[in-house]
Design a protein around this ligand. Structure first.
Ligand SMILES: [Zn+2]
Length: 241
């Protein structure tokens, strides 16, 4: 045994004897701004196309689902959502029927608000086996009363600082993810939400990407910033606490 090997053995034996763990170089990204991919409305193409692409680049998504539409034509099923959850994606609450919550609050419809916000969360918890932690407001409509109602249901209202990517998005251009991320960092944002509805024109999604290939370019653009350690990419619930 040469001298170098002897030293390494010595260090390993000492570490074992003292019960300590050898120090490891960690990929510490805790100080970096957080970027998250959120997908609204629970379309089936999120399961078939979006999740596999995110995973290909090492990312996971936050899927905000409309409970009453789960299992309907063009939308994900509970089995698909359970599978996404098992693969490390997050299933969050986008209400029961996708109403404008501010209008419900203004009309004094408290029971409906509870059904939209709290009952939907319980249903997701029962079906998925994991309680959602967030509520994503339909049409980004919110006010103080709505957000109080959301917190009463032990949910966190999602941050309105999000940009929808899809129709008209040209990855790498001034309206791509990279430009939005850099602008957000300049504004001292720590939680940067990249929203997508759909990735095919044939699907039912609002303002989708023209094709799944363009969506992949969009994800690739974020991966480049991740590799340069400009940002971390996480689930929304881990980004915006
Ligand atoms: Zn929506």
């Amino acid at each position: 045994m040469d001298f170098k090997k002897m030293v390494l053995w010595g260090v390993a034996v000492m570490a074992l004897a003292s019960g300590c763990v050898m120090p490891q170089k960690k990929d510490d990204r805790s100080m970096l701004p957080k970027v998250c991919f959120t997908l609204d409305d629970g379309f089936e193409e999120h399961y078939l196309m979006v999740a596999p692409i995110l995973e290909k680049y090492g990312f996971r998504g936050t899927f905000n689902v409309i409970v009453d539409r789960i299992g309907a034509k063009g939308y994900m099923t509970w089995d698909q959502l359970r599978d996404l959850n098992r693969r490390g994606h997050a299933i969050e609450n986008h209400t029961m029927t996708h109403p404008n919550l501010v209008e419900l609050a203004k009309a004094g419809k408290k029971d409906e608000l509870t059904r939209e916000i709290a009952y939907s969360a319980e249903r997701i918890a029962t079906e998925i086996g994991r309680r959602p932690t967030l509520l994503c407001h339909p049409y980004a409509a919110t006010n103080r009363q709505v957000d109080e109602c959301i917190r009463d249901a032990w949910l966190v209202p999602m941050n309105p600082h999000r940009c929808n990517f899809g129709e008209g998005t040209v990855p790498g251009s001034e309206n791509g993810a990279g430009a939005f991320i850099r602008k957000s960092i300049d504004q001292n944002r720590r939680c940067i939400d990249l929203l997508t509805h759909g990735v095919t024109k044939e699907g039912p999604a609002w303002r989708p990407f023209p094709s799944v290939d363009v969506f992949e370019q969009h994800v690739k653009e974020v991966r480049k910033l991740y590799d340069k350690r400009v940002v971390d990419v996480v689930l929304y619930r881990d980004a915006c606490r």
